[in-house]
Ligand binder design. Structure first.
Ligand code: SF4
Length: 343
């Protein structure tokens, strides 16, 4: 293992990207970066990290902010439950832990929105606690280097890979080891066509020596995807547009949208659209989430009647940017600004 650790860390010191969250031991900032980077590319997450750090330099600042401010700053990143958990956890820490971020894995993992990977990342990066991280990049590296064919998304696989990650962790330098193996997976041992000929771990890589790199990591049947069929109705009156606040507990909780009608099937949605007259009907826009495909159509309605509902607000063109809006709607507005606001 000595050669493995040496080569991995030497590669990391030479090739690592300079990222601001690697230059701090502040657990709040490390936590912030980890939550932003879930399901987000590093180049996209970077500007959000800087903007959160600038607007909320401490956990107390984040706790004091309104949920609307936090969601607005999160705009464009998607998966808004991350922002809500971030804010809720900051409030919890400010009110119950004297504003002090917990300093060990067992306490960190009790916080809402933090799973085993994030708790291991924060405790090892900030406090050098010997907890091995296991994310998609680490699974790929371990499965290839050690030639493990247990599916990474099976219960057995999760146990086996965690045991291996714990075993090979450099207990003297867990923070650097974890950063290095994740970066190695992200930059060197990439999913498609890794440069194996020029790799510091090829001397011990089972997948490379057996010419099976493409086969690793092994996964069993992917998660079932469900389809939802949405019609968003754009209703305008006196230069204002109707927005609805979502109050359900779903992924778009407390975000704003054009009033939505939801269907279980394409047939139901088509029947609904065919029975009404509209000034405009968009092509269908498919919005892909991890477990759901949303089939969205936007219509501009001819009905000008006043609509009263506690969750509805009339909003002017200038104000619309101040509302947190799901990414699919935001993109539609960006691409159809003239159509929506000038017709
Ligand atoms: S030899 Fe190839 S598959 Fe093996 S660790 Fe290096 S890059 Fe990954």
């Amino acid at each position: 293992m000595e050669q493995f650790h040496f080569n991995l860390v030497r590669w990391y010191e030479e090739k690592k990207r300079n990222l601001p969250w690697r230059e701090t031991k502040n657990p709040y900032l490390i936590w912030l970066s980890e939550i932003i980077l879930q399901q987000t590319r590093v180049d996209q997450g970077l500007k959000y990290f800087i903007s959160f750090k600038t607007n909320f330099p401490t956990i107390q600042d984040l706790a004091k902010a309104s949920e609307m401010e936090v969601l607005n700053l999160w705009k464009g990143l998607g998966y808004y439950s991350r922002a809500r958990n971030l804010h809720g956890t900051a409030i919890y820490i400010a009110e119950n832990l004297n504003g002090k971020f917990p300093d060990n894995y067992d306490d960190i993992i009790k916080l809402k929105g933090i799973g085993s990977y994030t708790a291991a990342a924060i405790s090892s990066f900030a406090f050098n606690e010997a907890k091995a991280v296991l994310d998609g990049n680490v699974y790929r590296v371990l499965s290839r280097v050690f030639g493990i064919s247990t599916p990474i998304n099976s219960t057995q696989g999760k146990k086996e890979f965690q045991a291996l990650a714990d075993e090979i962790l450099d207990k003297a330098n867990p923070g650097t080891h974890n950063q290095a193996i994740m970066e190695f997976g992200a930059m060197q041992c990439v999913p498609i066509n890794p440069n194996c000929e020029n790799c510091p771990l090829n001397f011990m890589c089972v997948a490379f020596s057996e010419k099976k790199v493409k086969q690793f990591p092994i996964k069993i049947g992917e998660t079932k995807i469900s389809n939802k069929y949405f019609v968003f109705t754009i209703i305008k009156e006196n230069g204002k547009i109707l927005l609805e606040k979502r109050t359900d507990s779903g992924i778009w909780k407390n975000l704003y949208q054009f009033p939505l009608t939801e269907f279980e099937s394409l047939d139901e949605k088509s029947a609904f659209l065919n029975n009404r007259a509209y000034d405009f009907i968009s092509n269908e826009i498919k919005h892909i989430l991890s477990h759901q495909h949303l089939h969205c159509t936007f219509v501009i309605s001819r009905e000008k009647a006043q609509i009263h509902h506690p969750n509805y607000s009339w909003v002017s063109v200038k104000e619309i940017d101040e509302f947190p809006i799901p990414r699919v709607i935001e993109r539609f507005i960006e691409e159809n600004h003239l159509l929506i606001f000038n017709t």
